[in-house]
Design a protein around this ligand. Structure first.
Ligand code: ATP
Length: 364
């Protein structure tokens, strides 16, 4: 209806049970996901998991095999007639939507505004360029700009028509690491200020954590977990998500009386029955080391194979060398102020909040 409160709650963009196949390859399998107005959601996953396909379906560049796409009250796909891309009023920052080389920056940003009066077009274009910090470059040509500057102009071009939704596909992938941080930051703030909802594809978990209000993790065409960055980092629901959000040590174990005993400590395994095989994933940061006063390795101890100071942290490679019959190799990341001596035995204290127990894992 016209009730503003009701429409304010409508998602800016919504996928309802989207399936998309290219011939026999099913790239997206039953995707349902809502993006709230002004929200930034990152689609995160390894190469080939269907992220780009989902974005192209939202843009109208692919027609889904089944399912619906909605923008607020407007049904874009799955209704009587699909809304063509140019009528969706969605901003696109895609790799294959490069800037027009024969137009200057201002003309590039004006391009998406042709249906407006000249005066308003110019105002909108200038506003959008100011938003991304590129107003001073209005009269320059794309080839004279750095990759990061070109990326910001592309974002300005997408934002100038004031779309309710912007779709970004790996927008920082062409930039070198140092430039990337600054362009990322400028994009983050420009998106916030514009008030547009954004759906951004990335395969970089740290980038997703930086940019997103919520992250939607995809694997083989399906969503595996959706949540705030902190939630996914601290409470991954699968080994896949846990290892996507940082390095993990993988330790196999068996449940005994509601917990699992490992070489680095005992962890609760609630709801799992006696004898159930489990996979314990432990972040390197979860292992705290202190010099041991023992001279043989038992549970809770390990020998230093190598230790490297990396600056803020030290990376320590440890081995439980023949305590339990099977050797367990571990990586620990400790403060850079501590660099244990090779071949020494260390006592290990486990931060349980950075260790995750999952059922299964017996065979891999
Ligand atoms: P990447 O990060 O490598 O782009 P992605 O997660 O974005 O990966 P998609 O590009 O959506 O994944 O591809 C999903 C699956 O669909 C892959 O198996 C891919 O090979 C296949 N695919 C994508 N585009 C096409 C196409 N035009 N024709 C046939 N198969 C395609």
């Amino acid at each position: 209806g016209n009730d503003p409160e009701e429409s304010a709650e409508k998602p800016a963009l919504e996928f309802r049970n989207i399936v998309h196949a290219y011939g026999s390859v099913v790239a997206v399998k039953d995707l349902s996901l809502s993006i709230a107005p002004s929200e930034t959601v990152c689609l995160l996953g390894p190469s080939g998991c269907g992220k780009t396909t989902a974005l192209r379906v939202a843009a109208g560049l692919e027609t889904p095999s089944t399912g619906e796409v909605w923008m607020g009250d407007r049904q874009l796909n799955g209704g009587a007639r699909d809304v063509p891309p140019e009528n969706r009023h969605i901003g696109l920052v895609f790799q294959d939507y490069a800037l027009f080389p024969h137009m200057d920056v201002f003309q590039n940003v004006m391009f998406g505004l042709e249906r407006m009066a000249e005066r308003e077009r110019r105002e909108r274009a200038l506003d959008a360029l100011s938003l991304v910090g590129m107003a001073d470059y209005a009269e320059t040509y794309p080839h004279t700009l750095s990759g990061g500057q070109q990326q910001r102009v592309a974002l300005a071009r997408a934002l100038a028509p004031k779309p309710a939704v912007v779709l970004l596909d790996e927008p920082f992938s062409g930039l070198d690491a140092r430039l990337r941080d600054s362009v990322r930051d400028k994009t983050f703030h420009a998106l916030r200020q514009s008030g547009a909802a954004a759906l951004m594809v990335t395969h970089d978990a740290e980038e997703a954590m930086y940019m997103a209000d919520r992250i939607a993790v995809m694997k083989e065409g399906r969503l595996v977990q959706v949540g705030a960055p902190r939630e996914l980092y601290q409470q991954p629901n699968t080994p896949f998500v846990a290892s996507f959000f940082g390095e993990v040590n993988r330790i196999l174990g068996v449940v005994q009386g509601g917990s699992v005993e490992t070489a680095v400590g005992v962890l609760p395994a609630p709801g799992l029955s006696n004898g159930a095989p489990v996979e314990v994933l432990v972040r390197p940061e979860a292992l705290r080391l202190t010099p041991a006063t023992v001279d043989s390795i038992g549970p809770g101890y390990a020998k230093v194979l190598s230790a490297r100071l990396l600056g803020r942290t030290s990376l320590v490679h440890l081995c439980t060398c023949k305590t339990t019959g099977e050797e367990l190799h571990l990586h620990a990341r400790v403060p850079g102020s501590y660099l244990p001596v090779e071949e020494t035995i260390q006592a290990i204290e486990l931060d349980q909040s950075q260790a995750f127990v999952f059922p299964g894992g017996a065979a891999k």
